[in-house]
Design a protein around this ligand. Sequence first.
Ligand code: NAD
Ligand code: UD1
Length: 338
Amino acid sequence: MAILITGGCGYIGSHTCIEMLNAGYDIVVVDNYYNSKPEALARVKELSGKDFPFYACDIRDEEGLSEVFAKHQIDAVIHFAGLKAVGESVAKPMMYYDNNVNGTLVLWRVMKKHGCSRIIFSSSATVYGSENASPLKEDFPTGAVTNPYGRTKYVIEEILKDICVSDEEASAVLLRYFNPVGAHESGRIGEDPNGIPNNLMPFLLQVAIGKREQLSIFGNDYDTPDGTGVRDYIHVVDLARGHVKAVEYALTHTGAMPINLGTGVGYSVLDMVHAFERINGVPVPHVIAPRRPGDIATCYSDPAKAKALLGWEAEKTLEDMCRDSWRWQSQNPKGYDE
Ligand code: NAD
Ligand code: UD1
């Protein structure tokens, strides 16, 4: 028995590989290295002390993927492989629909051909759109998304729900991540963004290390305690452990099940900047800038369902998130390009 991890070389995938190996699972990884480097998996092997099969395969390559399934007995798939840059998705929607939506269709077809009907899908809090008030619960309406990236997540959720209605063997755990930050506590693996980071923590880290001059805080006139945007930041190792629990769930249940992976606590942009500076003793020069189009004031989870169904809850603190992010960034100033 093995678990296939698509996109296992990426930020969340590499941390999940370690937690799956630590939990005693055999894993098989596929990734096309579109947004990752081989060094990440070399370090996963170093940290876990375990080897595992890897295939440099695009999930849209039906033949290549079939060969992977023919070689290994795959019982479930954790499906991270996807593109995730919101701005790029607006400029190149076809690329996003093809990679994310078509990629998932090809993956499911190959899975079924080889008798595998269990998938854990990387969805996002973005499916809740801007209409719902936090704390966000899984039964709130979804789909009022504002960009093609978010639409791919929503559409894939709907496709997997339809499949689970039509196929009584199918199991799909739709994990809605809030805002993943942090890194493995060893400082050996972490997020290695290409180009100018869009997300708060990777940008903040590049300011802290001196690669960029200052952080622009996008708006301080939101209806939040200090006027800056509030989000549910979750440590990537907590998130990775949520996947181990989701695999256990998928192996023993059928049907489609959306589940939030968040802490249930919201922090503002200024909370994050001040906590980072205090915990690491490193200044983060920042200025207030105009709001970023498409942003909402507040977004945090109700994490009760994950606790009830998976027996999972986030354990790491804001201090862990800031300290571990900085350890990774300061020990690897050029990411995996050393
Ligand atoms: P990432 O870019 O670091 O990892 C994705 C991995 O998938 C990369 O290694 C990439 O090379 C690979 N990949 C992409 N397309 C592929 C394809 N067609 N075939 C094979 N491999 C392919 O991103 P991440 O932050 O680890 O995110 C993982 C998943 O979680 C993505 O689906 C993302 O949309 C989703 N997600 C991420 C966040 C976040 O903030 N990081 C939030 C919500 C959801
Ligand atoms: C963004 C995406 C969302 C995606 C998520 C995880 C947008 C509009 N939304 O969410 O679809 O699922 O990332 O990948 O892009 N901030 C700054 N300065 C910065 C960067 C961010 O002030 O340089 C602020 C933002 O305004 C926000 C908070 O920090 O209030 C978090 O931003 P970010 O990390 O980009 O995540 P989200 O906006 O939650």
